[in-house]
Design a protein around this ligand. Structure first.
Ligand code: GAP
Length: 455
């Protein structure tokens, strides 16, 4: 039995559009192929993913520092890196319907769409070209970066000197990359404009294999710690023949997406390829002096390279769940609390004039601490469902009893358990629960109890 993802892509695409996670780019003009826009919830999800990554690899460590280099770089960078000569895919075109395909994606020798005859493959460079300044000639060609990595290599010396780091140390960067992919698809999995989260970790040659294994482990655990199910993740080590031109060794972290197992992140041992190339092309000495051993050498590099969009897709797919509650389907995104776009929803039981002012007051207070939403439209049950579907971990409900006892109900997304807490302690309690404190400690009642407020 081939392993299969529990959810189809259509459900994810539809939820993303319906709830404002991801929209087709330029939709009112009919859309633009393989470009997507992140809506109000999608942008929060992406920010949370990037923040979790930054915290894990920069803020919580003392051996990695950050960088934000420009997207357009000196064109020689891409000559040195090998991208001008070699960042190409073999392209074939159908002689009948003129659709274009990446030859390596095809099983047979006919067009997968219409069965027509295909042209001979020709190499197609994936870098987007544009011109710097008003003159559009060859001397002014520049490229949109196809990876953030090279911005790190060309700043190796600057960062090392200013941050006074000694080996082993790393430089991390998050940013947009662009590739004129021949075939795109599977929603935000492969697009022409995407965001990467990359670390270049510089080590002493000879210690590189140990550090490579270390980073494979670290990165695998990062996904597990953010709630991805173990059975949906696996490692795939590359055979020698499939290694990129710069790599000594490579291992992909793969996720079981709706279309099957596919790369989520690659960890490569790039040896000294990049620093050596840039030293040669620029004439700058990019070696490192090891003052403990008195040796001078070009560091080796271990590169964990992840995609923000692919991670967002994996987190959405993994979190998606459907269940039947009292005869009705409940769709729930069981996102990790750190990643959930909205942390708390404030829901007055109704639009009653006595309930709305205190509910608005609580909303104003919570907003100062957490990403909070206010909703008083439709029945409480419908509003819970709406929050479940976008992954909101906690709903706070204000009812008539609240006016008497200054307490409100917190309902948890996954278990639907409800607890009653004093309004004055609400911020502290929510903060503790969002940080991972178990929810059902002393529940005053549960959703299935007689007094529960809807579900
Ligand atoms: N610096 C090394 C590098 O760029 P890569 O395997 O080509 O390596 C790294 O890309 C990660 O970037 C991939 O694992 C994936 O998550 C993301 N990525 C690459 N191409 C992408 C595309 N066309 N659309 C979305 N994400 C992409």
């Amino acid at each position: 039995m081939p392993e299969q993802c529990k959810v189809d892509m259509e459900k994810i695409v539809s939820l993303c559009k319906r709830r404002g996670f991801v929209f087709q780019s330029s939709e009112i003009y009919g859309g633009l192929g393989s470009c997507w826009d992140y809506g109000p919830l999608g942008v929060e999800l992406k920010r949370n993913i990037k923040e979790a990554w930054w915290r894990a690899v920069v803020q919580e460590r003392d051996d990695i520092v950050g960088l934000d280099s420009s997207i357009i770089m000196h064109p020689q960078v891409w000559v040195a890196s090998g991208h001008v000569a070699g960042f190409s895919d073999p392209l074939v075109e159908c002689k009948v319907c003129h659709l274009r395909w990446r030859a390596t994606d095809l099983d047979g020798s006919r067009c997968p769409d219409c069965g027509g005859e295909l042209t001979e493959p020709r190499m197609f460079n994936l870098m987007f070209k544009t011109f710097m300044g008003p003159v559009e000639d060859d001397a002014h060609i520049v490229y949109l970066r196809p990876e953030t990595a090279q911005g790190i290599f060309v700043n190796f010396e600057n960062v090392m000197m200013t941050s006074r780091k000694k080996l082993p140390f790393g430089i991390a960067q998050i940013g947009k990359s662009f590739r004129n992919e021949i075939t795109t698809g599977n929603f935000i999995f492969r697009t022409r404009e995407f965001e990467q989260m990359e670390i270049e970790y510089f080590v002493k040659p000879g210690t590189d294999e140990k550090w490579f294994e270390y980073w494979v482990n670290e990165r695998f655990n990062w996904y597990l710690n953010l709630g991805i199910r173990r059975e949906n993740l696996r490692l795939r080590r590359h055979e020698k023949e499939e290694l990129a031109h710069y790599a000594k060794e490579c291992c992909d972290i793969e996720y079981l997406f709706p279309m099957g197992w596919a790369e989520l992140e690659g960890i490569a041992n790039r040896g000294d390829f990049d620093l050596r190339q840039h030293a040669q092309q620029s004439g700058k000495d990019l070696s490192y002096f090891d003052d403990e051993t008195g040796e001078r050498y070009i560091p080796y590099v271990i590169e964990p390279s992840a995609g923000v969009d692919r991670s967002a897709l994996a987190f959405l797919v993994d979190a998606y769940d459907e269940e039947v509650v009292e005869g009705e389907k409940r769709v729930v995104l069981r996102l990790h609390k750190q990643l959930a776009p909205i942390k708390v929803a404030v829901l007055p039981l109704s639009r009653n004039e006595k309930l709305v002012p205190p509910a608005k007051e609580i909303y104003a207070e919570l907003r100062r601490h957490f990403m909070t939403q206010y909703d008083d439209a439709q029945s409480i049950g419908r509003r819970y469902r709406r929050q479940d579907e976008i992954g909101t971990p906690f709903c706070v409900t204000i009812d008539f009893q609240s006016l008497e006892d200054q307490q409100v109900t917190i309902r948890e997304r996954d278990s639907m358990v409800q607890i009653r807490v004093p309004i004055k302690d609400l911020v502290d309690i929510l903060r503790a629960k969002l940080a991972g404190e178990p929810f059902a400690t002393q529940p005053l009642w549960t959703a299935r109890g007689s007094d529960a407020i809807g579900q």
